[in-house]
Design a protein around this ligand. Structure first.
Ligand SMILES: Cc1ncc(COP(=O)(O)O)c(C=O)c1O
Length: 437
């Protein structure tokens, strides 16, 4: 007879849908190889973290006993009224219009624990097992995990240097409709600025077309576009794009999310969502079940730095720092990879990532020689195949996501040199195997 401690724990069916092996493997590799230079981590540059700004904001929030007590008490499920109204002004600035002409009110602004929580809440609120979400290929791999976690099906839409291809999106919806599955389509997900992982920024005309396509195929129910604008403010050059959200005149088809993790601090972890009016209650009820409100104190900190202008000052410094690092990575790519045939990479105008494509014969997965060779040389990357939703066998296998977020400029150069050496050696080992067999 087994003791209670020896008996198995029975997990829910839903929990078995969640698989986090890739990220755990990467983290373990990091721990086992402490000298490895990581181009894999999508973390924020530690040098930019706003210690002094946050201290000043905390002093302000805690300046009187009354304001301190308010901040340290539970907040409400949708979040601090002060920050939500501050964010309407902030968002109107981004959209280059007045708060009135945004056409929304503060009730549609929901504060979350990072934008990740909003992505997860949207999946939980909208998607039943078997429902369909259309995503770009490649896409943000954590969101692909959210979709898998609720048992949703994904349809991958090809993406090029202007982002998700609207003609392919329209065609996919036509095919889904012809298979009588349109009623299962709930969402189109797009990382609209400097995508994670591809670095690509969705072109303005495609933004408008994607909204039109969502409306066109909204027949019996509304198909929503989930616009993930996590990197919107990390623009280093190139034109400023209006949001996808701005093309939805009725404010009915687009859910917009943004975060202060990348531009201020992921430790504070404040994100927000702007949702159509008739989705507010469902999202808030779900959020109520989870946490009945994200950290109130942190929301007060963000409201304080937005109001004082410290946020904007900090953002300017962060942008300058990342621009230098982006340039360092592109210069190193040119220096070490340009003589390698069949290798190409995206030149991002913002964000944290360079997306590199290798010749098809050079697969980049964890179990491939290139990954082991890279670790042997002391460098790590995210294999591109992890950044696709849907069946593993259909994914491209010879791409890499390289992040310039964490390493300082000189180490970015060194990491890229090591990576190019690993690519070259793996390539020549393959060639000599081919010759001898
Ligand atoms: C595209 C994208 N969306 C959302 C997030 C979530 O960030 P947070 O939850 O810290 O706001 C990330 C984080 O890396 C991201 O890359």
């Amino acid at each position: 007879m087994k003791t209670p401690a020896e008996l198995p724990i029975l997990m829910s069916q839903r929990s078995t849908l969640t698989k986090d092996l890739a990220i755990s493997f990467l983290m373990q590799q990091g721990v086992e190889n402490p000298d490895c230079l990581s181009l894999a981590a999508g973390l924020v540059d530690p040098e930019t973290l706003p210690v002094e700004e946050t201290l000043r904001a905390a002093q302000q929030v805690l300046a009187t006993r009354e304001s301190g007590i308010r901040a340290l008490q539970y907040g409400t499920t949708p979040g601090s009224a002060q920050l939500r109204s501050e964010l309407l002004t902030y968002f109107a600035d981004l959209e280059k219009c007045s708060t009135e002409s945004l056409g929304i009110d503060a009730s549609q602004m929901i504060l979350t624990t990072g934008s990740q929580q909003l992505l997860s809440l949207v999946c939980e609120t909208l998607l039943d097992p078997g429902d369909i979400c259309l995503v770009a290929g490649p896409t943000y791999f954590v969101f692909a995990g959210n979709l898998a976690g609720v048992g949703a099906r994904t349809v991958t839409i090809p993406s090029d240097d202007q982002g998700m291809d609207p003609a392919a999106l329209d065609h996919a919806l036509e095919q889904i409709a012809s298979m009588k599955e349109l009623h299962r389509v709930k969402l189109i997900y797009a990382v609209s600025y400097y995508d994670n992982p591809s670095g690509v920024c969705l072109s303005t005309s495609r933004r408008e077309q994607i909204v039109e396509i969502a409306k066109k195929w909204s027949r019996e129910h509304r198909i929503l576009v989930l616009e993930d604008a996590a990197y919107r403010e990390l623009r280093y050059d190139g034109e400023e794009h209006p949001s996808v959200w701005s093309f939805d005149q009725e404010r009915a088809n687009v859910i917009y999310t943004q975060t202060f993790s990348k531009t201020f601090s992921p430790g504070i972890r404040v994100g927000f969502g702007i949702v159509p009016k008739d989705l507010v209650t469902a999202i808030c009820e779900r959020k109520g079940n989870e946490d009945f409100g994200s950290a109130h104190f942190n929301q007060k900190l963000i409201a304080t730095v937005l109001r004082s202008g410290e946020y904007q000052g900090h953002l300017a410094k962060v942008r300058d720092g990342y621009r230098l690092k982006r340039d360092a990575m592109l210069a190193a790519a040119q220096k070490y990879f340009s003589d390698l045939p069949g290798v190409s990479w995206v030149h991002p105008k913002g964000g944290l990532y360079v997306w590199m494509t290798l010749p098809e014969s050079l697969e980049s997965g964890f179990d491939r020689p290139l990954f082991s060779q890279a670790v042997k040389h002391g460098v790590m990357y995210v294999p591109g195949e992890l950044c696709y939703a849907g069946p593993v066998e259909d994914r491209p296998r010879s791409q890499m996501r390289l992040s310039y977020g964490v390493l300082p400029v000189d180490l970015i150069d060194e990491a890229m040199r090591r990576l190019a050496d690993a690519v070259r050696e793996t390539q020549s080992a393959r060639t000599s195997n081919d010759v001898s067999s």
